[in-house]
Design a protein around this ligand. Structure first.
Ligand SMILES: Cc1cc2nc3c(=O)[nH]c(=O)nc-3n(C[C@H](O)[C@H](O)[C@H](O)COP(=O)(O)OP(=O)(O)OC[C@H]3O[C@@H](n4cnc5c(N)ncnc54)[C@H](O)[C@@H]3O)c2cc1C
Ligand SMILES: NC(=O)c1ccc[n+]([C@@H]2O[C@H](COP(=O)([O-])OP(=O)(O)OC[C@H]3O[C@@H](n4cnc5c(N)ncnc54)[C@H](OP(=O)(O)O)[C@@H]3O)[C@@H](O)[C@H]2O)c1
Length: 452
């Protein structure tokens, strides 16, 4: 039960990824008491369950920073609680409790389907689910994914390379094809990530793709030699290969449909040829209506995510809708949730991080966005009266959470979880250990009996 003292204001932050955690810290430093609610048992979001699992040092550094935030007495943590229309509590339930502001930092948990025929075939997945799977986030941790031998990855960002990393160095499939709707000059991945798989790249195929795309790129003022230099500059520092996986790019190829067999399994990807056109200062892919089929048995969309449409806020352009004329802008950006159906801001609700702009940037970007969301809230709070009885609101929240048919995880429970995981890691001689299911985590914290 939260005990206080509570400071001047009381704010609920929903989602304990980097945006929510750093927002909470910012608020806590400014006389705000924070109730931090999180779907996952553990805090960290994609920093815990997205960043590739072998980046131990980076993840450990982030966990240390998160722990310092979690240790702040102004922050009460409630994990294993999902907010949403189909969740444990609705956004409106929290608002009704009387919190002065609500900050939504739940990331982008929805799926960006393109509506292509064959998306529902076995062997067709979205990157986030696979990423959650190999990073052991329940429930994806125990789901089955049927990965074949020849895998098409749609997209050319860092998520594509994370999945390529897993397929090439862990699963060791025969072929990984990065299917790119624009040209070689528009790849979005970083050199650092490319180094991990560059030595599996089919260099002859790269040359032929560069030759094929050269005249088309030239039409929009691009020189594919620059892309070649970008890609090949990573070769000298490329990691020693551990598989014979052939990795290559198919440029100027937009996914059109996934072909399947009678059993419902993916057996090919039809792509439509594209050309490049200039549009409002950008280079876009224009479909040409000629098509070809790539001989693959798995297709993974690495095209970014969208927010969860069942959360309870309006969605546009993959993110929650923001006030077009914000009352509390920060760096000229709007953090205020908006209801376009009634043309009004959503009372007291703010958004930040990947909930504000889906699939945008690294942890540092989410941190800054969370802090800016907190700044917007502080501006808003400055014009609202202090709460008379914050304790009763926190008590009402605790009462509501206690009525859920599942245990709610608090800070003291997490300490037990981390200790249990550390013991497992030591016993198994591993750099780290993660429990695969919520049951295992709840048992490790002594909360499983609470289960009804
Ligand atoms: C595959 C992948 C790899 C990445 N690798 C790197 C990297 O190596 N380095 C780097 O700097 N950045 C990396 N990033 C980017 C980084 O992870 C993001 O910038 C950052 O995590 C976004 O933070 P966020 O807090 O907005 O959202 P998230 O990290 O997604 O956090 C959302 C939080 O909200 C909670 N939540 C979700 N829904 C609900 C709900 N309905 N109710 C309550 N709580 C909810 C979740 O439990 C989670 O804790 C990677 C991203 C991906 C997808
Ligand atoms: N190791 C790391 O540091 C790491 C790892 C993973 C993620 N991240 C970060 O997380 C963020 C998200 O990464 P991301 O890879 O998901 O996004 P991203 O960098 O935006 O890449 C998305 C890719 O999908 C393509 N795409 C989008 N919609 C498409 C469609 N309808 N049809 C075909 N292709 C489509 C894009 O092509 P267009 O360019 O043509 O739109 C682009 O190639 C990025 O900031 C990334 O840097 C970092």
């Amino acid at each position: 039960m939260p005990e206080g003292p509570f400071g001047k204001y009381l704010v609920v932050v929903i989602g304990a990824g980097p945006a929510g955690l750093f927002a909470s810290r910012y608020l806590a430093a400014n006389d705000v008491h924070v109730a931090l609610l999180n779907r996952d048992v553990m805090p960290g979001g994609l920093a815990e369950y997205g960043i590739y699992f072998d980046k131990y040092k980076m993840k450990e550094g982030l966990r240390r920073q998160f722990q310092q935030i979690m240790d702040l007495p102004q922050i009460d943590y409630f994990g294993n609680v999902t907010i949403g229309e189909k969740g444990d509590l609705r956004l409106s339930d929290l608002r009704a409790l009387g919190f002065q502001a609500l900050l939504v930092t739940v990331g982008a948990q929805g799926t960006k389907w393109l509506g292509l025929p064959g998306e529902n075939l076995v062997g067709v997945y979205h990157a986030k689910d696979l990423v959650y799977h190999y990073n052991l986030l329940p429930p994806q941790s125990t789901m089955e994914f049927r990965i074949g031998k020849r895998v098409a990855l749609i997209g050319a960002g860092n998520v594509m390379l994370d999945i390529a990393h897993w397929l090439i160095r862990e699963i060791k499939v025969d072929e990984v094809i990065s299917v790119v709707r624009r040209g070689p000059n528009e790849v979005k991945f970083s050199k650092e990530e490319l180094k991990i798989v560059i030595r599996n790249l089919d260099l002859a195929k790269l040359e032929s793709e560069l030759a094929r795309t050269r005249p088309i790129a030239a039409e929009v003022g691009q020189d594919v030699n620059e892309a070649k230099e970008y890609i090949l500059s990573t070769l000298p520092k490329g990691l020693e290969p551990v598989s014979n996986t052939r990795f290559y790019f198919e440029f100027l190829a937009a996914p059109n449909r996934i072909i399947g067999n009678e059993g419902g399994f993916a057996t090919g990807l039809e792509v439509e040829d594209t050309t490049l056109v200039c549009s409002e200062g950008d280079v876009e892919a224009k479909r040409l209506s000629t098509r070809r089929i790539l001989d693959v048995d798995s297709v993974i969309f690495c095209i970014g995510d969208k927010v969860d449409e069942t959360f309870g806020l309006a969605v546009r352009k993959n993110a929650f809708v923001k006030h077009p004329n914000p009352l509390y802008p920060v760096d000229a950006l709007s953090f205020e949730a908006y209801d376009p159906d009634v043309n009004r801001p959503v009372d007291r609700v703010f958004v930040a991080g990947w909930s504000r702009e889906a699939s945008s940037g690294l942890v540092g970007v989410a941190r800054k966005d969370g802090e800016n969301g907190a700044r917007a809230i502080l501006e808003y709070l400055a014009s609202t009266p202090s709460l008379v009885d914050p304790m009763s609101i926190m008590n009402a929240l605790s009462t509501k959470l206690a009525k859920l048919s599942k245990p709610v995880v608090q800070k003291a429970d997490l300490i037990k979880l981390y200790q249990a995981a550390a013991r497992e890691a030591t016993n198994a001689g591993l750099p780290e250990y993660k429990f695969k299911t919520n049951e295992e985590m709840l048992k490790a914290m002594g909360l499983y009996d609470h289960q009804v």
